[in-house]
Design a protein around this ligand. Structure first.
Ligand code: ATP
Ligand code: MG
Length: 447
């Protein structure tokens, strides 16, 4: 076994690309905050039973995909396959259910599922998720859909379609299950083993089966929308009304049932055709029964999970804009002990002023230091030797234009900077834009 080989289905994010992830995550959190969501952080593992109850033990996730193990104390533990169950557990355990409702929480989490790795399908993947605990209004359904949509819009994602459906409440579901059972029983022998097992326990799961034979059979199955009770029908119509009020386009797709058992009423997916078979970037819905299932009071709730790897794949495929990776503002090339000490001093001040400032920590020669600074993409460099330190003057080089400016070293240190340097730097430009060293200079504070 190679110790330098990562586990199948996992992926490293390298320093040169992490700014893209950070951008997506920051955008998602920022949008969520505007809708009143605050981050919640829960453990990566939970008691296995939480997922059996919360996700549902007839689901693929629980039946086939969980990373479960006994810890040394004999507890059966599972690495979270999704974020909702943990958030719901935390909501109950920490008494958030007694605080003002709705409680709106969001998270960025790693999730673990033992699946066949392929494009857009990993064994460790990441989700941005939101959960809104304690609202039964269709306004809430439309609002979280709007939130997800707003994240895509803010990131410049195009061609992503919203598909919605209602899978009803337990009452309409019971009738629907009967209709499904009747339909599938007639074709029982053709179904895959899992689906034959699902037939009696949870026939709706068959509609979500990925086997081609089962999907084919499912095509003509009864449609849940025909079985909705009046209240569920009304709820679904209201959701659509509010979506229209926000000019959010959607299609009603009666085939969406979602992979997790806890959903009721509204379910939705954001789907793209640009990234192959794994096109569902975001999935969510209402889960009015979950909190009760976990031992709490009846608390109508809803949420969604957005697959961050799929979102990244989609953005890259579509050529969406990402911000550039950040570059050091200043690299101090230093020669000799005195100059190095000065470099350390200047760097400390610069960093305190909010700039990123580096110097050589490998004791390399001038050329090698310059080369390194260039590789890092430093915006400015300054070369310090014994002379520069004793005369207190050095050359500041704009690495983009090659332009050099003499500056007084005294202007860098001690937190007080004189106007001379400010004036000298005022004209410096990077990419045609004035490069603002402004906050370095506290004019008038110069003692
Ligand atoms: P799928 O039908 O693709 O298996 P799912 O219904 O199992 O998805 P959810 O449990 O709803 O997915 O998770 C929400 C989102 O998380 C998905 O829409 C997807 O973007 C992402 N996701 C789910 N499983 C994986 C995985 N194995 N690798 C990467 N992303 C995933
Ligand atoms: Mg799945």
């Amino acid at each position: 076994m190679l110790i330098t080989k990562a586990i199948k289905g996992t992926k490293d994010v390298l320093p040169k690309e992490v700014h893209k992830n950070q951008y997506i995550e920051a955008t998602a959190l920022d949008v969520a905050e505007k809708y009143g969501y605050k981050e919640i952080r829960t453990p990566v593992f939970e008691h296995t039973e939480l997922f059996q109850r919360g996700v549902g033990d007839t689901t693929d996730v629980v039946q086939k995909e969980m990373y479960s193990f006994d810890d040394k104390g004999g507890r059966n533990i599972t690495l979270r396959p999704e974020g909702t169950a943990g958030a719901a557990r935390a909501f109950l355990e920490n008494g958030l259910s007694n605080e003002a409702l709705p409680q709106k929480v969001c998270y960025i989490t790693s999730c673990y599922r033992y699946e066949k790795p392929q494009a857009g399908r990993l064994r460790e993947f990441h989700q941005f998720g939101v959960e809104c605990f304690g609202s039964q209004s269709p306004l809430a359904d439309a609002e979280i859909i709007s939130l997800a949509k707003s994240i895509f819009d803010n990131l410049g994602v195009k061609d992503i379609s919203l598909e919605i459906n209602s899978i009803g409440c337990p009452e309409c579901r019971a009738k629907y299950h009967e209709a499904l059972k009747e339909y599938f029983r007639a074709k029982q022998d053709e179904l895959c083993d899992s689906c034959r097992d699902r037939l009696e326990r949870n026939p709706m799961r068959i509609l979500d089966c990925k086997s081609p034979v089962c999907s084919k059979i499912a095509e003509d199955a009864p449609v849940v929308l025909d079985y909705l009770c009046d209240a569920c029908k009304e709820h679904f119509e209201q959701v659509q009304k509010y979506l229209k009020a926000e000019n959010i386009d959607f299609i009603v797709n009666p085939k969406i049932v979602r992979g997790l058992d806890y959903y009721t009423k509204t379910v939705f997916e954001f789907v793209s055709n640009s990234i192959g078979a794994q096109g569902t970037v975001c999935g969510g819905g209402r889960y009015d029964g979950l909190i009760e299932e976990l031992g709490g009071q009846h608390t109508p709730s809803l949420g969604f999970g957005m697959g961050l790897e799929r979102l990244m794949l989609l953005m890259e495929t579509q050529g969406c804009d990402f911000p550039e990776s950040s570059k050091p503002d200043l690299f101090i090339v230093s020669m000799g002990e005195k100059a190095t000490l000065k470099a350390v001093e200047i760097a400390k001040d610069m960093r305190e002023e909010g700039f990123s400032c580096l110097y050589d920590i490998n004791g390399r020669g001038l050329r090698a230091q310059m080369k390194y600074a260039d590789k890092l993409g430093a915006k400015f460099t300054v070369v310090l030797g014994d002379n520069e330190v004793s005369e207190g003057i050095a050359k500041l080089k704009n690495m983009q234009t090659g332009e050099e400016t003499e500056i007084a070293l005294s202007t860098f240190v001690s937190g007080y900077y004189n106007i001379t340097l400010s004036e000298q730097l005022a004209d410096l430009e990077i990419n045609g834009e004035a490069f603002d060293f402004g906050s370095l200079f506290k004019v008038g504070d110069n003692e």
